[in-house]
Design a protein. Sequence first.
Length: 137
Amino acid sequence: MQFSDRLREKRLEANLTQSDLAKIAGVSTRTIQNYELGDRQPSNMVVVQKIADALHTTTEYLLGSSIYTVETHERDGANAARDIEELVEEVTGLFAGGELSEDALEGAMKALNNAYWIAKEKNKKYTPKKYLKKAGE
């Protein structure tokens, strides 16, 4: 189920029109229409929170994500959150029903962990020094 489907479902359960929800969330009716059509997703977590509150649900439910994805969305935007969600879905599928042995699964986890640390180390050269000092404190 996509964000658009969950939004529409919860809006109908709450007996709100798109216009009503738009007013509560502080966006245009067209924005809610675009969300429900799947043409757009909110990039502002404040708006998502207002929508969730109006619909008596959580941002995690609306976005269909874990708390980590929501935090990524807040910090780095919708594209980064979508990338994280795709990765989590793929890895979950691998661990949930794959034909891999325990040793192979453990090797996959080690490889993911190593890839993370290698990427983090490589990205240090692109981080301005003033931010590196803050991170190391």
